[in-house]
Design a protein around this ligand. Sequence first.
Ligand code: MV4
Length: 519
Amino acid sequence: MATSRSDSGPATAPLRPVRRVLVANRGEIALRVIRACREEGIESVAVYSEPDRLAAHVRAADHAVWIGPAPSAESYLRIDKLIDAARKTDADAIHPGYGFLSERAEFAAAVTDAGLVFIGPPASAIQAMGDKTEARRRMRAAGVPVVPGVVEPIATIEALTAAARGIGFPVLLKAAAGGGGRGMRVVRAEADLAGAFAAAQGEALKAFGDGRVYVERLLAQPRHVEIQVLGDVHGTVIHLGERECSIQRRHQKLIEESPSVAVDAALRARMGEAAVRAASAVGYQSAGTCEFLLVPNGEFYFLEMNTRLQVEHTVTELVYGVDLVRQQFRVARGEPLALPPWSGDPRGWAIECRITAEDPFAEFMPAGGTVHYLRVPSGPGVRWDGWIEAGTEVPLHYDSLLGKLVVWSGTRERAIERMARALDELIVVGVPTSREFFQRVMAEPSFRRGDIDIEYWERVGRGLMARPPAASLVEAAAIAATLLEDEGRLHRVGQRSQAAGTATPSRWLEAARREGLRG
Ligand code: MV4
């Protein structure tokens, strides 16, 4: 943990009461924030769309407000309805969670303009980090290492050619308004520049309404390592070490851990200091994350900053002994950060698996449905941050995260064993889940060695799912299904689909339902 205290911050800032918080989100993160409210003696206000009317976050909160029909654009993304809901329920603050409006500077500004406290960074910090070339300029000026490349958008193919020659091939074209991997183009040779330039501009315009593009050197075999930061209104910024997030598929993180096998105490101190400089340079407050790429020779480069609480904040909480949402409340009230005395270095190892309603045997196809049965893992060192219950209908309108399975143990090896055990305990019947992917990764030798980078899915992960599920799993799914439907018919369907070599638990269930309807 490193601390920086800028001279520019006010010596004393007025304390702002935060007595009732509107949680502008749904799912597990809404529950996470509501739980923190309860522990802090703060009242909570849930908001919900039509399909979420019976959801766990609605029942957990002290108050709840209906904000519209299922589509996010008509509910969770409606700034006007959220601020109205806060006014009507006399809330004095809004927590945005992650996703939805959490990184929209205009939302933070609208909340503040309405006389409410935004539980997150200042709108100006969101704005500065949202424009990737502006962020690169400011980071470079602050002495934060950025990937070699330009710091202004490129206007012409001549300028692009000159820049790419200077950088050296291969290069990567990125959207200035981008982030999260959309609008990126790898260019391996000068002949391909013009085509890639046009394509990247078109894609950026379509995705972000902003066609500006810039160029960087393409880094080889990087790990995605990010640093958690916390800032308060007094100008103090600290870091809470790294999270290793390299195991992802198509820019969706699958597994996160803290610490990283690739980071020792000296590197942690250097990356932490860089992240603190980055956050301080934009006047950052509240919880935020600096993303870096760490290459095999130990060099690291700033990529972007996520100006919100992240899905994977949990692994940091477990190894640093800090409640990040509680710290966000302290900052929102104008209080100084108050870290426990043991939070200086990571202790033990934490791993998170994102359990989604996706079929890992069908290219992670998102699937809705009703959860007929749920067994949540528990026991030593296990944390489940989820929102589903038996009876929950999982809508297809929102992201597919059902819950985060997070474990802690003293060493990485023990944490992996614990995760394998906890995954075995998790049973979700009725909706396909990504569970089996994680079970296979926990047993996979290169993962166990810590030999991971952003190519893990392509190199190893995809192949793990080529093998069909064990017959015993298909059988278990069928047994669960027989509790729901006609036994004899299911058995026949199951045997047929298994004989055809296409059996997966979720497909067996699906086929059984189809046949059940026909028969
Ligand atoms: C890169 C890169 C290699 N070299 N930049 C993807 C999302 C966005 N945050 C930046 N990304 C990347 N930028 C340079 N100069 C590789 C990626 C990248 C990646 C980064 C983090 C996690 C997963 C990734 C998957 C593919 C590509």
